[in-house]
Every structure is written in structure tokens, then in C-alpha cells.
Design a binder for this molecule. Structure first.
Ligand code: C2E
Ligand code: MG
Ligand code: MG
Ligand code: MG
Length: 274
């Protein structure tokens, strides 16, 4: 009896694995179709100056919409695309698209800055630097108008390589931001070595910044350190007016979050700039 039940569980378990496997193969091939048929989209979430509420730039966020109109969340398809390598062509498409859209944004608002997310796979590829520069040049985009967002995990992989590459990008005039700052395992000492221009404080510390003394203390600490190092700070995931007000009082320059705007198509962002 017990043995039969054990076998049943094993069967069930095996079926689950097979189904999961079939689903992930299906997802991969659907994603490949989306890349090949240019069905991916970029949405833009405004980044605002907290002191004035003025939009100074935006972050480009990839969107994958299925034929039935539903969206697959980036937290599902980005990690998948990183394991399959599909993130490389998808990211190259995204950079091209961002540069194309940025030329329209710059006509409306000179000095506008677009932030694009990078994955470790891109960062560690030969010729990545040249590829980025060539793409910017072909769209006549000034390098000061693009910001590369890296996560702390990219820096951990091979920090010597990362430092060199970040230096090259900075020398070429691009900005480099550390995304989701505070959630990685990194030691703070890398900030001394890395010529980054911006830290994006993770939403986890912003959510309770008004109610929790410990979160406010962490945010204060990050701001004080960034000021000393001459690095700008963006607070991510601002959802309420009180958070925006408090962060501005604490001396945080920039904010991003649903309170100001959700990620939106280019045309909606262009309308915001009128
Ligand atoms: P991220 O780069 O940290 O982007 C911020 C995420 O927070 C976005 O999620 C955004 O929609 C969400 N967000 C912004 N404000 C709020 C808020 O007030 N409340 C809440 N709850 N969420 C907020 P999204 O678009 O789902 O993207 C998730 C992650 O997927 C991104 O995190 C980034 O790591 C990755 N990702 C998105 N697009 C790309 C891309 O083109 N390339 C790469 N490599 N990664 C991307
Ligand atoms: Mg980001
Ligand atoms: Mg982030
Ligand atoms: Mg994130």
C-alpha cells in the first residue's frame, strides 16, 4: 500500500516536472517569435525631480504582450531569457528602440535622459561597449542622454572586468546607475572603486520610509554616503505623497514610482512633456 502510494507520488511528481518543462519550452519559443516578429514593446516610467515634480527622464521597461492581450511579467520572461541567452537579441532590440524613441523625446525636452536595464550576460560579452556606442551614434544620440542600469549581481560576478567597463562607459559620457541598491550582497567598498553616477534605492526601503525608523535610517545613510561620493540618488517605488515629501526633506534628488506615473507607452510620455 505504502509502496503503491509512493509510486503514485513519484508519477505525479514526474508529470509535474514534464508539464513545467513543456511550458518552459513553449514560453521560450513564444518569446523567440516575439523577438523575431518585433512584438516586444518598451514602456517608459517617468523619473522626476522631487523638489519640483518636473520629469527629467524615464526608465525603459520591456513589455511582452501575447496575442490575447495579456502581458507576461518581466520578472518571468527576463530571468528565462537570461538562461536561454535570448536576452542578448531582446536587449539589442530594446537599445535600438530606446534610441529611436529618445530622439523624439529630445526634440520635446532637450537634456532628457533615458535609463536602460542591462543584464549580466550582455555586460560580460566581448564588444558590448562598441555595440552600445555604435547604436547611439547611428541614432545621433548624445551619450549624456543614456544611463545604463546595472544590478549589484553584475558587479559581483567579475568586479575587475566590471570596473574597467564602467570606466569606459563613463569616459564616453554615459551615466551608470546601480539598480535595486541595497538588496544585493555587495560590500559598500565597491562604491569607492566604481565611477557610478547614480544609485537607485530599492523599493523595499522606500515602502516604509515614513513609518519605520529603521528604513528611514537606512535611506538617510545612503543619502549621506552618496552626497560624499558625489553620486545622485533615485528613490524607486514611491507610491504615496507622504513618501515623496519625506524623501525630498531627506535630500533625495530624484524619485520614480506609481505615485508619479506607471510605466506607459511612448506617446503617453510625450504627452506628459507638453
Ligand atoms: P527594475 O529595473 O528595478 O524596474 C522597476 C520595476 O518596478 C518595474 O517593474 C516597475 O514597473 C516597477 N515599479 C515602478 N514603480 C513602482 C511602484 O511604485 N510600486 C511597485 N510595486 N512597482 C513599481 P517591471 O517593469 O515589472 O520590471 C521588473 C524588472 O524586470 C525590472 O526591475 C528589471 O530588473 C527587469 N527588466 C525590465 N525591463 C528590462 C529590460 O529591458 N532589460 C533587462 N535586462 N531587464 C529588464
Ligand atoms: Mg531598472
Ligand atoms: Mg530597480
Ligand atoms: Mg528590480
Amino acid at each position: 500500500m505504502a509502496k503503491r502510494q509512493g509510486r503514485n507520488y513519484l508519477n505525479f511528481y514526474q508529470q509535474c516536472i514534464e508539464q513545467t518543462h513543456r511550458f518552459s519550452v513553449h514560453l521560450r519559443s513564444k518569446f523567440q517569435q516575439a523577438i523575431d516578429n518585433e512584438q516586444l514593446q518598451l514602456f517608459y516610467q517617468p523619473i522626476v525631480a522631487l523638489s519640483s515634480g518636473k520629469i527629467i527622464g524615464a526608465e525603459a521597461l520591456m513589455r511582452w504582450q501575447l496575442e490575447d492581450g495579456s502581458f507576461i511579467p518581466p520578472d518571468i520572461f527576463i530571468p528565462m531569457a537570461e538562461t536561454t541567452g535570448q536576452i542578448i537579441p531582446a536587449s539589442q532590440w530594446a537599445l535600438e528602440q530606446a534610441c529611436h524613441d529618445l530622439s523624439q523625446l529630445l526634440e520635446r525636452r532637450p537634456g532628457f535622459c533615458l535609463a536602460v536595464n542591462l543584464s549580466a550576460l550582455q555586460f560580460n560579452r566581448a564588444n558590448f561597449f562598441e555595440q552600445v556606442i555604435t547604436t547611439l551614434q547611428s541614432h545621433h544620440i548624445p551619450s549624456e542622454c543614456i544611463e545604463l542600469e546595472l544590478t549589484e549581481s553584475i558587479l559581483m560576478d567579475d568586479s575587475a572586468h566590471a570596473i574597467k567597463l564602467i570606466e569606459r562607459f563613463r569616459q564616453a559620457g554615459l551615466s551608470v546607475a546601480i539598480d535595486d541598491f541595497g538588496t544585493g550582497f555587495s560590500s559598500l567598498s565597491y562604491l569607492k572603486k566604481l565611477p557610478v553616477s547614480k544609485l537607485k534605492i530599492d523599493r523595499a526601503f522606500i515602502q516604509e520610509v515614513v513609518n519605520k525608523a529603521s528604513d528611514e535610517a537606512i535611506v538617510r545613510g545612503i543619502l549621506a554616503m552618496a552626497r560624499q561620493l558625489n553620486i545622485k540618488v533615485v528613490a524607486e517605488g514611491i507610491e504615496m505623497a507622504e513618501q515623496a515629501i519625506r524623501l525630498n526633506e531627506l535630500g533625495c534628488d530624484l524619485g520614480q514610482g506609481y505615485y508619479f506615473a506607471k510605466p506607459k507607452p511612448l506617446n503617453d510620455l510625450l504627452n506628459d512633456l507638453d
